[in-house]
Design a protein around this ligand. Structure first.
Ligand SMILES: Nc1nc2c(ncn2[C@@H]2O[C@H](COP(=O)(O)OP(=O)(O)OP(=O)(O)O)[C@@H](O)[C@H]2O)c(=O)[nH]1
Length: 396
């Protein structure tokens, strides 16, 4: 037998299936934080990252550090529905660049889904695609579960159940915020194991979520995974996708996020709740720290449980060159971080809200009042602090 010539060997290497890692987990579980840490590992050199956000002004790509051109932000919408086609064309584009030698190496593709994504359709989009399935190998689904909000999230959101059900690895985050992690996370760990007995559960705070633990699991069996996906989606959906790969679905009824983004497509099963909406508040005016604080306090006190996720970047009045990054996940407000400088792009304050059954108009009026936007029918910040009932809909 003759040895392959150098160009042949090069070609063969380029054609080895590329491992694909999907990082999922409910809103604010810590996906971007984990991704940033993983990307610093030498094993992740030459990895490409696809991020997807549920919100009309994406922020995640600004938060993913150190990877420059290798981060692709899919247009707003949910990866499991509106932008599934875009995911496929992005993956095809990677392969084209590799085959044309526009990129030298692609060691791995990591997809960070939105917190509201049902991972099933994402896996299906790749695994039922005749070409992608040959060139990519699903290395694993990593599902993050926030130890503080995990129980309530599993109770209230079926996407979260599906994310856990389909995981190869479950990473428990934020156990460091529990008074006694072993005791307080016990019931959650038991529940996660009951939902998915096959997935290994790793504790992020204990440093268990390493690249080694999360990659190269070698456990993936396309048939098993496909059966698993089908079980979570229901067989009808499986049949439907097989007949119409890459198509949006025509049955069912409108879903909340479709309205939020102005799309008019449907889900086959109730993948997202009707009442979940995303919207963004944006202003060019610098905001006083006190006003921002009070705005968030009032909002949390009045409608805390309805705030699934708030994240944003804020231009503060005390030093406009150093923006503040904010994260709130349900009732947990994470310590804000002050950046040394603005990331690329607009230098405006942008706050993305993902809410459940909370009118956008109310939040917007409150924000305008606190950030000094003049309005004839809305009281100013001082009046609001004295009497929050001055804004209709506010119920402390
Ligand atoms: N204390 C603590 N905070 C964490 C941990 N993991 C993430 N966070 C914080 O949780 C907040 C949300 O983290 P992200 O990484 O943005 O979460 P995400 O899942 O990417 O959020 P979405 O993309 O909006 O769904 C940030 O303030 C993080 O610093 C953890 O293990 N412990």
């Amino acid at each position: 037998m003759t040895e392959p010539t150098a160009p042949d060997a090069d070609k063969a290497r380029r054609r080895e299936p590329i491992p694909l890692t999907v990082i999922t987990g409910f809103l604010g579980a810590g996906k971007t934080t984990l991704l940033n840490r993983l990307l610093k590992a030498p094993e992740m050199a030459n990895a490409a990252v696809i991020v997807n956000e549920f919100g009309d002004i994406p922020l995640d790509h600004l938060m993913v550090e150190n990877v420059g051109d290798d981060v692709v932000e899919l247009s707003s919408g949910c990866l499991c529905c509106t932008v599934r086609g875009e995911l496929v064309s992005t993956l095809e584009g990677f392969l084209r660049n590799l085959d044309n030698k526009r990129i030298e190496r692609l060691s791995r593709v990591v997809i960070e889904t939105t917190g509201l994504a049902h991972p099933g359709p994402i896996l299906q989009a790749v695994m039922l695609h005749p070409y992608l399935v040959q060139r990519f190998r699903l290395d694993g689904v990593i599902t993050l579960v926030d130890a503080v909000n995990g129980m309530a999230t599993l109770d209230g959101h079926e996407e979260a159940m599906a994310q856990v059900g389909i995981a190869d690895r479950i990473v428990l985050t934020k156990t460091d915020l529990l008074p006694d992690a072993d005791r307080d996370a016990k019931a959650l760990v038991a529940r996660l194991s009951a939902i998915n007995p096959m997935a290994r559960i790793l504790d992020n705070a204990r440093g268990e979520a390493t690249v080694t633990a999360l990659t190269g699991t070698g456990l993936y069996d396309p048939e098993t995974k496909r059966a698993n996906v089908a079980a979570w989606l229901g067989e009808d959906w499986e049949r439907e996708t097989r007949h119409a790969p890459g198509h949006e679905h025509a049955s069912g009824h409108d879903h909340g996020h479709a309205h939020a983004h102005g799309h008019d497509h449907d889900h086959p099963v109730n993948l997202h709740s009707d009442s979940v909406r995303a919207f963004t508040l944006e202003t060019d005016r610098p905001i006083e720290v006190g006003a921002l604080d009070m705005f968030l306090d009032l909002l949390a006190a009045s409608h805390g449980p309805k705030l699934l996720r708030v994240k944003g970047i804020v231009k503060l009045a005390d030093d406009e060159t150093k923006p503040l990054v904010l994260h709130a996940v349900q009732h947990v407000f994470h310590p804000p971080v002050r950046l040394e400088s603005w990331p690329e792009g607009a230098r405006t304050s942008r706050l993305v809200f993902i809410v459940d059954d909370l009118p956008e108009g109310f939040v917007r009026r409150l924000f305008d009042a606190f950030t000094g936007k003049p309005s004839v029918d809305t009281p100013d910040a001082a009046a609001l602090t004295d009497n929050p009932l001055a804004i209709s809909g506010f119920r402390p």
